[in-house]
Design a protein around this ligand. Sequence first.
Ligand code: KIV
Ligand code: NA
Length: 275
Amino acid sequence: MIQTTDLLKMKQNQDKIVMITAYDYPSAKLAEKAGVDVILVGDSLGMVVLGYDSTIPVTLEDMIHHTRAVKRGAKETFIITDMPFLTYHLSVKDTLLNAGKLIQEAGAHAVKLEGADDVIEHIAALTSAGIPSCAHLGLTPQTVGILGGYKVQGKDAVAAKKLLEDAKKCEAAGAFALLLECVPRQLAAEVSQVLSIPVIGIGAGADVDAQVLVYHDILGYGVERVAKFVKQYQSIDNQILDAIKAYAVDVRTSQFPEERHSFTMKEEELNALYG
Ligand code: KIV
Ligand code: NA
């Protein structure tokens, strides 16, 4: 299985790192079978599998529950789990206990935290405690209320400079990787150049060390709108719809179940039953 040190080597060798989200047993099983390098149990699960309209309502218990399922499906893949809203902003002790649950109880190999500033000391504490952490800058969905929507970040020079400085602080605090979401590709390229840890992009252009996309987005599975940065490789909603509709027709027209789907009793048992 890939470790954080292997990811660093992959960056050094300029081998691109493949990451995808997964939220349950079947998605994890297929991601592992497809040979991805890293699985992210993202708090995007709040939107794509739980139907919330943001990641804010997602709880630590939700993340533990889904990480466990992912772990059962992908025993040989490096798993990063998102720390959800407000689970790493109180005391450092709370952060360690919460991250500890994701690692110890749920089986994640690493955690991911959004933001810099006050979050830096939490990254440092996790590192000291032996918990690998991935930083997440740019568009940070847990602070959508302050960002005022899901918008590209770091477009002007001032914001770009702050992001670059924040990225360096995350690395200095011991983050093993940095995820950049929705930032101009030139800025992401610069951050990847300047940092020695792998930079994972989503909507961050091609010049980063790794790419991540949301499972349901690449499959066209239950998502109404996809962002500009998504490449959709399938549209499985249509296949699922067709299958369920065909099943409904079969039931209503008594075409299902057929003989081959049914169990039978022996004649003599039937005779004994009815005497
Ligand atoms: O929750 C999530 O899926 C993420 C993405 C940036 C991939 O954090
Ligand atoms: Na997330």
